[in-house]
Write a protein that binds this ligand. Structure first.
Ligand code: SF4
Length: 368
């Protein structure tokens, strides 16, 4: 079968390996572009949020390339994300494009359904259970390695002396991970990639501002959706940390489900109210970043994203109580790279001035 899946950051490197090694042909989803968004907007309800539209466009692009099956994820909770795959399926049926959508619900929601779908992928590829488990292990190692490499690139970029060198090395490291075919290869490629990145020429005398990136999972994880915000900030000399990586998200939502700290610190602002998506995480992560000495927060929110709108309405109180400025960027199909860049430059200037004032007054915290 020709199988594809949504594009989400660099995870396609691991997912391509998974599909190819379960006996199927992989149609690698292209990085979302203006064409992807145009296609998605044309075939989506006007008020759907941008992840829905980008995924719709991606599905139509991979169908053009021959995809017969699309693997995607479902979701639990009050946010509408859980119904998105159903909507996508209806629209694709109406378009009569002859594709099957297979959605994996979080196993903690419906264990039987999850394993039935896994079994279907394995059986149609003709793999024994033992072979399939081995493929899953390598895929998991790849996912973790991809996240580690990307994290390291964000730590190094603000110190680079040749603009763009870190990003070029990141792509080389990802290519090495792409070529790895077993757990040992993945470990070797990871170490080689780390060496490559550490070899970037750097000025370690710099003292970069630190910004935490929080918000809705898709726009946080997909650089093409957020206009490469972490690269943009890194090249402005800012050190960024992102609250979500796919490997940590997957483990929290499938194996361990322990988001305890983040949700616990958010409780005074939310109580037990389930606001869906990553809204509660956005509150909790802002507090944790403030407690860890970060200078500011950028909240990424798809336009009309209900959980992030709720979080944004609480954010002024969080920001005041914990002394940390928060910039919320709402993203939709009208958002331009230049607009994002201008707002980030102004925010970074503000954070820089705050840091100077704090240093001059010899204080840890400024009242907002
Ligand atoms: S979390 Fe927000 S953007 Fe994501 S599906 Fe829900 S409402 Fe849409």
């Amino acid at each position: 079968m020709k199988i594809s899946f949504p594009h989400m950051g660099h995870s396609y490197v691991a997912l391509k390996w998974l599909v190819e090694n379960t006996g199927h042909e992989c149609i690698v989803p292209p990085e979302p572009s203006s064409r992807t968004l145009d296609l998605g907007v044309r075939h989506s309800p006007e008020f759907a949020c941008i992840p829905f539209k980008i995924l719709m466009g991606t599905y139509l692009e991979v169908i053009e390339k021959g995809a017969e099956v699309i693997l995607t994820s479902g979701s639990k909770g009050p946010c509408r994300a859980g119904l998105y795959w159903v909507m996508h399926q209806y629209i694709l049926e109406e378009l009569d494009v002859g594709v099957k959508v297979v959605a994996f619900e979080p196993p903690l929601c419906d264990l039987k359904d999850f394993f039935q779908k896994i079994r279907w992928v394995r059986k149609t590829g003709g793999l024994s259970l033992k072979e399939f488990v081995q493929v899953l292990r390598v895929t998991w190692e790849k996912l973790k390695a991809i996240d580690e490499i990307e994290k390291l690139s964000h730590e190094i970029r603000p110190y680079e002396t040749n603009r763009g060198e870190t990003t070029r090395k990141l792509w080389q490291a990802l290519d090495m991970l792409d070529a790895a075919n077993n757990e040992v290869d993945v470990e070797d490629a990871l170490q080689e990639g780390q060496k490559l990145l550490q070899g970037v020429s750097q000025d370690r005398s710099r003292n970069p501002l630190k910004i935490g990136i929080i918000g809705e999972i898709y726009v946080v994880l997909e650089p093409a959706a957020n206009h490469y915000i972490q690269i943009m900030l890194g090249e402005m000399g800012v050190l960024t940390d992102r609250s979500i990586y796919l490997s940590s998200y997957t483990s929290k939502n499938t194996i361990e489900n322990r988001e305890g700290d983040v949700l616990e610190v958010a409780k005074p602002y939310l109580g037990e109210a389930p606001i869906g998506g990553h809204g509660a995480n956005s509150i909790g992560e802002t507090i944790l970043y403030a407690q860890n000495g970060f200078d500011g927060i950028v909240q990424l929110a798809p336009f009309a994203c209900i959980p992030e709108i709720v979080a944004k309405s609480i954010m002024p109180a969080v920001s005041r109580d914990h002394g940390i400025p928060v910039l919320t960027l709402f993203i939709d199909e009208q958002t331009s790279k230049a607009g994002v860049q201008t707002r980030l430059e102004a925010f970074v200037d503000l954070l820089d001035k705050r840091r100077q004032v704090k240093a001059k007054r010899g204080i840890e915290r400024l009242v907002i």
